[in-house]
Design a protein around this ligand. Sequence first.
Ligand code: PRP
Ligand code: URA
Length: 209
Amino acid sequence: MQLQNVVLIDHPVIQTKLTELRDYTADHRKFRALLNEIASLMVYEVTRDWPTTPRPVQTPMERMTGRVLARRVTLVPILRAGLGMAEGVLRLLPDARLGHLGVYRDEKTLEPVSYYQKLPPDIAATEVLLIDPMLATGGSALAAVHVLKNSGVTSLKFVCLVAAPEGIAALHRQYPEVPIFCAAVDRQLNEKGYILPGLGDAGDRLFGT
Ligand code: PRP
Ligand code: URA
């Protein structure tokens, strides 16, 4: 499948862990560990094009000029399930700050309900990764991207594990410039807005609720 501005990270190690994660017998302890491990592994690909800036460094042998990330990084998990990826991303980007956006789907209408918002004040000047394991109807991601754009964010990537074609279309209809990084594009949504084959309710599986 060729999708514009969608990066499918089809790495064998990620696919192995994603298959284990989908397995309905994985309990919340295993689910949490796998979700963080996959998020860590995705970071390399997601951050590949971030600009760097020269920085002098004294090695034990001599002085040289190395390179470091040019801009600060802000991680924004969509609560709750996005929290399950945050620790894994922070393992590779330990200096990142965290913003939080609370959004849940109304079970009947499937419309996003925003209930919490706390972002670093200078978020507009940073590289922002919006993280959530699931992109289903796209409503939650759209609501979150809207908040971030209104906060002046220009460098923004959406990172998820499983995306539905419906969610990709909905997010890119409004924000085609926001790249979507995922480990799988699944078949479709069911009548209740769940991804098929998917992995079920990510928040419930992560937190054991
Ligand atoms: C899940 C998931 C996404 C959203 C995706 O959250 O973590 O945020 O659903 O669905 P959408 O693309 O149709 O909006 P949920 O609403 O279950 O909230 P929770 O993480 O608090 O359980
Ligand atoms: N949210 C989830 O957690 N899972 C889905 O399949 C769809 C939305």
